[in-house]
Write a protein that binds this ligand. Structure first.
Ligand SMILES: C[S@@+](CC[C@H](N)C(=O)[O-])C[C@H]1O[C@@H](n2cnc3c(N)ncnc32)[C@H](O)[C@@H]1O
Length: 285
C-alpha cells in the first residue's frame, strides 16, 4: 500500500477539488463508516457486476475512503487496485485502512481522473461507486478512463437515478428548504444527479470511446444512522450550510422538519430511506 499525490487538477474541476480536498472531504473522511454503511445495500450488486478476476488491474474512480478499492485488492491478489481521488483527507483514511489490512497490492493517488496521466491500457477494469458524477468535462474524463483501459476492458459504475426516485434526497431537500423554493439540481452540471439520465450517459460514454452502455436499475434502502438523533447530527453536519441564509425561526423549522422525517423513517434496523441507482457497464472496444 502506498499513497502519492500528483496534485494535477483540471482548471474546470477547481471548485470540486476545493470542496472535496477541503471541508466536504474532511467530513466524509471523519464519517467514513457511516457513508459506507449508507450505501451498503448496493455493494454486492456493484461487486458482482465488476466480476473482479484474481489477476485484474483495477482502477477505482473517485475512490474516497477506499472501501471498494480495498475489496478490489482482496479479490485480485495477483493483480492491483489503484484508488484515485481529489480528497487528501479521504485518501489518508483509505491508505491507513489498506495498510492495517496488509493489502500490499492497493495503492492510492491524489489526482483528477479527468486529466490524470494514466498509462495507456494499464487497467483491465475501472469501477466507481458514486465517484464519476462530479466531472466538469465528462467526455474528457471518461475518454481518459477509456484510454487507461486495455481493449476489452470494462467500466462499471454506480450512479444515482433522478431525485424523484430518491426519497432520501427529496426528504432532505424539503426539510432544508424550510418553505423556500430551492432550485432542483441541474441534471447536466457536476453533482449527484449528473449521470441520472441514461440517454445523456449513453451519449457521454460513446463520445468518450466506450461502446453502448448497459443500465441496470437497482433499489436499496439508504441507511442514515442507527436512530433519528444520530442521523440528524450526521445530516446537519453534511448539509447544515444550506441553512446559513435563513433567520433563526427558519433554521429551527428546518432542523425540526429534518428530525420529524428521520423519526418517521426510524426502524429497528436504523433510519432507512428508499433510493434508486443505475449500475452502468460499458466496454472499451
Ligand atoms: C460521493 S463520493 C464517493 C466516494 C467513494 N467512491 C465511496 O463510494 O465512498 C465522490 C468522490 O469522488 C471524488 N471525485 C470527484 N471528482 C473527482 C475527480 N475529478 N477525480 C477524482 N476523484 C473525484 C471526490 O473526491 C469524492 O471522494
Amino acid at each position: 500500500m502506498e499513497m502519492t499525490s500528483t496534485s494535477q487538477f483540471a482548471p474546470s474541476n477547481t471548485e470540486q477539488a476545493r470542496a472535496w480536498d477541503g471541508d466536504e472531504g474532511a467530513y466524509w473522511a471523519k464519517h467514513a463508516d457511516q457513508f459506507d454503511r449508507a450505501l451498503r445495500g448496493y455493494r454486492e450488486a456493484l461487486l458482482d457486476a465488476a466480476a473482479i478476476g484474481r489477476a485484474d488491474r483495477v482502477l477505482d474512480i473517485g475512490c474516497g475512503t477506499g472501501e471498494i478499492t480495498r475489496e478490489a485488492a482482496r479479490r485480485a491478489p495477483e493483480g492491483t487496485a489503484l484508488g484515485v481521488d481529489l480528497s487528501s483527507a479521504m485518501l489518508r483514511v483509505a491508505s491507513e485502512r489498506a495498510a492495517a489490512e496488509g493489502l500490499a497490492n492497493a495503492r492510492f493517488v491524489q489526482g483528477d481522473v479527468q486529466v490524470h496521466p494514466f498509462e495507456a491500457g494499464e487497467f483491465d477494469l475501472a469501477v466507481s461507486r458514486t465517484g464519476t458524477m462530479f466531472f466538469a468535462e465528462p467526455v474528457t474524463a471518461f475518454g481518459n478512463v477509456a484510454r487507461a483501459l486495455r481493449p476489452g476492458g470494462r467500466l462499471v459504475q454506480l450512479v444515482w437515478q433522478p431525485p424523484a426516485r430518491n426519497e432520501w434526497f427529496l426528504a432532505l431537500m424539503t426539510a432544508m428548504s424550510a418553505g423556500r423554493d430551492l432550485p432542483a439540481p441541474p441534471p447536466d452540471a457536476p453533482g449527484p444527479f449528473s449521470l441520472s439520465d441514461p440517454a445523456r450517459v449513453s451519449t457521454l460514454l460513446t463520445e468518450a470511446g466506450f461502446d453502448e452502455p448497459r443500465f441496470e436499475s437497482l433499489t436499496a434502502l439508504e441507511h442514515f444512522g442507527p436512530d433519528a438523533g444520530t442521523a440528524h447530527r450526521f445530516l446537519l453536519g453534511l448539509v447544515g450550510w444550506m441553512l446559513t441564509d435563513l433567520d433563526d425561526a427558519g433554521r429551527e423549522r428546518a432542523r425540526t422538519d429534518l428530525y420529524r422525517t428521520l423519526e418517521d423513517h426510524e426502524t429497528p434496523g436504523g433510519v432507512l430511506y428508499p433510493s434508486a441507482t443505475w449500475l452502468i457497464t460499458a466496454t472499451r472496444p
